[in-house]
Design a protein around this ligand. Structure first.
Ligand code: RM4
Ligand code: MN
Length: 406
């Protein structure tokens, strides 16, 4: 609950103090798969210096933390990051200042999963899929990780292909089995996505379905909101607000998109939407009259889920952390007392001004000042580009096979 005191700084305090949490408190989780060679379904454009092993992926995540100071955990994807010694890998990360956040299950890249994983009509495949998620639970235990994150590619491509109602029953049954294997204190996040790879009906297609299922699982389960997984025009901040109110928001997979699930850098397309989401979180953290939402917001995990296909990956990850940091700082600048007063008075324009003023503030010089006070570079992105590390990394990793999605 350390964040709560930090975000409660009164609006009369200097701006530097108000945004302190964005530099000295918040944590942003980095995905191991954000550094590997990825692409579209048409082409993967390989890059120099891409990690060859999970250890090098952890090195890259640690580099993002070294420059930004707020990226203290890394998310792993199984089987992409499989090793023999899980505790050893956790120790390797800890030596570099990183905790293990989420263990992401992968039941979407095996021939057996063509018709789905835990929703598959074939009981043999369902058993295999449950075992894959249970393995993630075991890995989470061995690594002292925070959570198991489940995203399912399950769905159907054609009307009539399978019974939608029975697929739902299989989903709840299969996830309940996997949930039972969660180690004490480890949470399960269930992520939704409206389409892709399934093109007609996705089994966990939206927040309502995710919420419905996690409620059936138990208290350790919560919803993961991937910002790229919504239809165009959907009011994501309202979904965030509703999940906070229900105490079931657990985590974010942050990225941005213009059309489909493009996994562009967070805040690169619609920074105002990201601000509106951040505002809901900060607003809940400051709301002492709503302990359910307050606690939920305080515990929500901010993970990046991005693929850098044409841009250099490590600088893109640093920029993304900075984009999010700037947005959180702006949300921290919202004058909540003024906002509540305007809302109570029915003053529509004044209430809206409270948000827009905060969003329009240029927080970059303030953030630079706070970073320098912490011994961090004023501009982590520029500092990394000027460091020569990218060239050194490319030279050191010239041999061997770069990692990819598989
Ligand atoms: C999915 C989903 C998952 C991510 C994979 C790589 O679309 O967003 O969170 O782990 O992609
Ligand atoms: Mn995701």
């Amino acid at each position: 609950m350390a964040a709560l005191a930090a975000v409660a700084t009164p609006a009369s305090a200097p701006a530097l103090e108000r945004i302190d949490w964005a530099v000295n408190g918040v944590n942003i989780e980095i995905p191991s798969w954000g550094f590997v060679n990825t692409g579209t379904r048409f082409r993967v454009f390989p890059q120099a210096g891409v990690p060859r092993t999970v250890f090098e992926k952890v090195d890259d995540a640690a580099t993002v933390d070294r420059y930004t100071g707020i990226a203290g955990s890394v998310s792993l994807h199984i089987p992409w990051d499989r090793v023999d010694d899980w505790a050893g890998l956790a120790g390797y990360a800890a030596e570099r200042g990183l905790r293990i956040g989420g263990i992401n299950s992968n039941t979407f890249q095996d021939e057996d999963y063509k018709l789905g994983s835990i929703c598959n009509p074939d009981a043999r495949v369902r058993t295999k899929a449950v075992a894959a998620i249970v393995e993630c639970c075991d890995i989470a235990g061995a690594m002292n990780a925070q959570a198991v994150k489940v995203w399912l590619g399950d769905g159907t491509n054609y009307p009539g292909q399978d019974d939608l109602r029975w697929r739902h029953r299989r989903l709840v049954e299969g996830l309940s089995e996997a949930y039972a294997a969660l180690p004490a204190g480890v949470r399960m996040y269930l992520e939704y996505k409206l389409y892709e790879p399934a093109l007609y009906a996705t089994d966990v297609q939206d927040w309502g379905q995710s919420l419905n299922v996690v409620r059936q699982l138990g208290d350790q389960a919560g919803v993961c909101v991937d910002t790229g997984h919504h239809a165009m025009g959907v009011n994501i901040e309202q979904i965030v607000a509703l999940l906070l109110a229900e105490g079931r928001l657990a985590a974010f997979d942050l990225n941005d998109k213009k059309y489909g699930d493009d996994d562009l850098m967070v805040g690169s397309i619609d920074p105002y939407q990201l601000f509106r989401i951040a505002h809901e979180l900060v607003n809940a953290m400051r709301d002492d009259t709503d302990p359910v939402a307050q606690r939920c917001a305080d515990e929500t995990v901010y993970m990046l889920d991005q693929c850098h296909n044409i841009e250099p990956k490590l600088p893109a990850m640093i920029r993304s952390v900075m984009n999010l940091q700037e947005t959180i700082a702006k949300a921290l600048l919202v004058d909540r007392e003024a906002l509540l007063a305007a809302q109570a008075a029915g003053d529509v324009l004044e209430a809206n001004r409270c948000l827009q003023d905060a969003f329009s503030t240029d927080v970059r010089p303030l953030l630079a000042e706070l970073r320098v006070a912490r011994g961090l570079p004023a501009d982590p992105y520029r500092a990394y580009l000027d460091s020569g590390e990218a060239e050194a990394r490319a030279a050191a990793r010239a041999d061997g096979a770069p990692a990819g999605w598989g």
